[in-house]
Ligand binder design. Structure first.
Ligand code: G3H
Ligand code: 13P
Ligand code: ZN
Length: 312
């Protein structure tokens, strides 16, 4: 089937209390690993591309690789989504190139300007049957060149969500409840905590409306250890406990974003493989297990965390 937008995906996910995984893609092996897992588990999937991915890979390559995946996985609903678009121009160019969903992340602006820019993107996107995600509140962590410190991060204010969605007419909303981007989400010794009270308030204000969680990687210790044992240095990396994500997926959260966990799985596999096979230099030798690691990580998320197995 051709690429689809997120509308029907989210409607079903909301009603049946699961979430769709949104995985960041940067190259062929990552796209293949994610979509092979989705196909095997008969699961819908969102492939998302950041501005950094566009800069790295060239959008045409990514779009054509994703289109290839729709042919290889003909029975799986796949959406191609722009992750953290920060301007009307970037969103428009992705929409014009065939993306079926975009995020306008104007959370760096004040409320009124966030509304104005988000509304402009939503009007254009909807005229092309493209769905729109926006963000209210600010996550801490690192996205591309933007490094948002904990002091500048702020939880979503539930009092604003109804007005924001009514004015902008967006199709889904990313909220800040304590998740953050990257591999260092909590300090060593700090107990991971998500503000489920805010999520519940938002849910009450926006019945049946799809909520999105960014920064949701769990930073699985096994992979951090493999990296650190094979020449890497990523000490004190901590993520979101999977139990919390499972709970969120049963609530209004319909899309959960994962990037760091895929990066860690791929890096751990590559480091270990190259350390154990010092004479190998054919990229296919080390990229094949790396691709398999992506597939295994996505299968794990689908089966054990977000619950969208057999929901295609
Ligand atoms: O939210 C950020 C995603 O992990 C994408 O990361 O901007 O480095 O491609 P990136
Ligand atoms: P992680 O860094 O937790 O994987 O979050 C990714 C993300 O939110 C992409 O938009
Ligand atoms: Zn994000």
């Amino acid at each position: 089937m051709p690429l689809i937008n997120t509308k029907t995906m989210f409607k079903k996910a909301y009603r049946e209390n699961y979430a769709i995984g949104a995985f960041n893609v940067n190259n062929m092996e990552i796209i293949q690993g994610i979509t092979e897992a989705s196909k095997e588990l008969n699961s819908p999937v969102i492939l998302q591309v950041s501005a950094g991915a566009i800069k790295y890979a060239n959008p045409t390559y990514l779009i054509k690789l994703v289109e290839a995946a729709t042919i290889e996985c003909a029975n799986i609903p796949i959406a191609l989504h722009l992750d953290h678009g920060d301007s009307f121009e970037l969103c428009k160019s992705c929409i014009d190139k065939g993306f079926t969903s975009v995020m306008i992340d104007a959370s760096y602006l004040d409320y009124e300007d966030n509304v104005a820019l988000t509304k402009k993107v939503a009007e254009y996107a909807h005229s092309k049957n493209v769905t729109v995600e926006a963000e209210l509140g600010r996550l801490s962590g690192i996205e591309d060149d933007v490094n948002i410190s904990e002091e500048d991060a702020s939880y979503t204010d539930p009092a604003q969500v109804e007005d924001f969605v009514t004015q902008t007419k967006v199709d889904s909303l990313a909220i800040a409840i304590g998740t953050s981007h990257g591999a260092y989400k909590f300090k060593r010794g700090q107990k991971p905590k998500l503000r489920f009270d805010i999520l519940k308030e938002v849910e009450k204000k926006l019945p049946e409306f799809p909520i999105v969680l960014h920064g949701a990687s769990s930073v699985i210790p096994e992979f951090v250890e493999i990296i650190n044992q094979h020449g890497g240095t990523i000490p004190d990396a901590v993520g979101i406990p999977e139990e919390m994500l499972k709970e969120a997926a049963k609530m209004a959260v319909c899309k959960i974003n994962f990037d760091s966990d895929l990066r860690l799985a791929m890096t751990a596999t590559l480091r270990k493989y190259l350390a154990e096979h010092p004479s190998h230099f054919d990229p296919r030798q080390y990229l094949a297990p790396a691709r398999e690691a992506i597939k295994n990580m996505v299968s794990h998320k689908i089966k054990m965390v977000i619950g969208c197995e057999n929901k295609a």
